[in-house]
Design a protein around this ligand. Structure first.
Ligand SMILES: Cc1ncc(COP(=O)(O)O)c(C=O)c1O
Length: 357
């Protein structure tokens, strides 16, 4: 397991001898408006569900999710977070050599390493605002049996439009495309950007409930693909892969259709507005450069300062940001900031401005 994911508020709280509640966690990319209203009240009435085994295949929850997504229930599997799928797929798909669009979430490479799968990388660059180059990516596909693409990407926040991605997948029917759409719900007008409805036989979509509903501790994620493939991959699912409370939460959220749609719409609008405000704060400041992002976090490059220096100074003020120096393809000059509520964003922006000035 790699050490160095975001979100380690416990370690920082220990260092600062404070309660984790007093730390503003801008290092993990959770919905700043979440969890959705009423979820806690609902779960409080369902606590007794932990006294019985959950449904072994999370059938009721999968049916709710399929209806929510507008696909048939035999096109999806549910597990204890998308992490479970990331680590199972290299073995289940018998991948030998994978191509990763980088810099990106480290667990794809970690999962490959764990299963003895060799990885090759195609890098986006700061000089090009980390915009993925589909032609360059396509030229590297030969010799790889799978391609991992995080869309929109963590940590760059860049999106490959479905209009580019779907034809690419169609042109390479013998290659698996594993598309992680965990941050897609944060993107404005993104419903048309999912590859889910293409239903291609070589495409698998990862969709996490952790981020958009801010329930990372419950652990729920979906894998969506063509029915034939999902049938095959179900052989790798263990019983009771999703715990009772997680099933209760997701069933509740995905059957409250209009409330949940409203919540996601508000999230998208809020995140877009805060992203704009945050970046504006730093306009004309040569020591920091923010890259365009479509989602709820921002990647920034520091000039003349290291990520470690900035991380330490922010941490001293109980604001945890992501030091991106351990992302393959970035250096120790990159930080990632996840947007929080207006007040916390302003406080963080003021502090960061003082540090970089
Ligand atoms: C891009 C991406 N995919 C997947 C995950 C894992 O999410 P989960 O296992 O909670 O669904 C993360 C977590 O940070 C992530 O950033």
């Amino acid at each position: 397991m790699i050490i160095g994911h975001g979100g380690n508020i416990h370690e920082l709280a220990h260092q600062l001898a404070c309660d984790p509640k007093n730390i503003v966690d801008m290092s993990s990319n959770m919905n700043p408006l979440g969890p959705p209203p009423d979820l806690m009240e609902h779960l409080n009435t369902r606590l007794e569900s932990i006294f019985a085994l959950p449904e072994a295949d999370a059938g009721r929850m999968k049916t709710a999710a399929a209806k929510w997504l507008g696909i048939s229930a035999n096109r999806l599997l549910a597990e204890n977070g998308t992490t479970q799928f990331i680590y199972t797929l290299p073995r289940a798909l018998k991948i030998k050599q994978a191509l990763i669009l980088a810099p990106t979430y480290a667990d794809y490479a970690d999962a490959c390493r764990m299963q003895g799968v060799a990885c090759d990388y195609i890098y986006t660059s700061a000089a090009e605002n980390f915009t993925p180059n589909i032609t360059a990516l396509e030229q590297k596909i030969a010799g790889n049996d799978a391609v991992f693409i995080c869309n929109p990407n963590n940590p760059t926040g860049r999106l490959v439009p479905a209009a580019d991605l779907a034809p690419l997948c169609r042109r390479h029917p013998k290659t698996w495309f594993i598309i992680d759409e965990s941050y897609l719900p944060f993107v404005l007008n993104s419903d048309k950007e999912s590859l889910m409805h293409t239903n291609l036989e070589n495409v698998l979509i990862l969709s996490s409930m952790s981020k958009i509903f801010r329930i990372p501790g419950l652990r729920v994620g979906f894998l969506i693909g063509h029915e034939k493939l999902i049938q095959k991959l179900s052989d790798y699912s263990m019983p009771w892969g999703v715990n009772s409370l997680a099933q209760e939460a997701v069933c509740y959220l995905l059957t409250q259709t209009s409330a949940t749609k409203g919540f996601i719409e508000s999230t998208r609008d809020f995140v877009a507005a805060e992203r704009h405000r945050f970046v504006e704060y730093f306009r004309n400041l040569p020591k920091i450069r923010f890259f365009p992002s479509e989602t709820d976090f921002l990647l920034a490059e520091l000039k003349g300062l290291t990520a470690d220096m900035v991380w330490t100074e922010m941490a001293r003020h109980r604001i945890l940001i992501r030091n991106c120096s351990n992302f393959n393809g970035l250096s120790d000059n990159f930080i990632r900031i996840s947007l929080k509520n207006r007040e916390e964003n302003e406080k963080a922006a003021d502090l960061l401005k003082q540090i970089v000035k």
